[in-house]
Design a protein around this ligand. Structure first.
Ligand code: UDP
Ligand code: MG
Length: 148
């Protein structure tokens, strides 16, 4: 089934939003497949955000992501990439709808609390980068209560 890469950024960790954010994905019905609490270095952050390397905000973005520990996760479920982006909200919190994570918990674009893959292809690339060891093989016993 479809998987996405979700990362709680250093500001989300510092602000005590880890439980709240994980709870939103859990309660939706998605399945946690991988989770790690790590501080990444500059080369790693530059690889994760390689597509944005020509942007004027790239250096600040790499500084931000390497400024403290992050919670890196793999979540699985039907349509999890697109729905995950909806749960997260628009990139700029000024435009994120209330009820989304960024809409509820962020103000500035450069402190927008969370990352989520934007397509299945980028999700697979990001999962391979952050979880080269692979993810957990398990099936929730709630499966038939969530999927018809
Ligand atoms: N970002 C920023 N300034 C901008 C655009 C993006 O600081 O003008 C940061 C922001 O933290 C964003 C990240 O760069 O989440 C990656 O940008 P992208 O366009 O991929 O947004 P996302 O996929 O995270 O919504
Ligand atoms: Mg993006």
């Amino acid at each position: 089934m479809e998987q996405t890469f979700i990362m709680i950024k250093p500001d989300g960790v510092q602000r005590g939003l880890v439980g709240e954010i994980i709870g939103r994905f859990e309660k939706k019905g998605f399945t946690l497949k991988g989770l790690k609490f790590i501080t990444v270095d500059r080369p790693f952050a530059e690889r994760h955000y390689a597509d944005l390397s020509s942007k004027p905000f790239f250096n600040g973005l790499v500084e931000y992501i390497t400024s403290g520990p992050v919670v890196a996760m793999v979540w699985q479920g039907k349509g999890v990439v697109t729905t995950g982006r909806k749960i997260i909200g628009a990139t700029n919190p000024a435009e994120s709808a209330p009820g989304t994570i960024r809409g509820d918990y962020a103000i500035d674009i450069g402190r927008n609390v969370i990352h989520g893959s934007d397509a299945v292809e980028s999700a697979n690339k990001e999962i391979a980068l952050w979880f080269p060891e692979g993810v957990a093989e398990w099936r929730s016993s709630l499966h038939s209560w969530i999927y018809e």
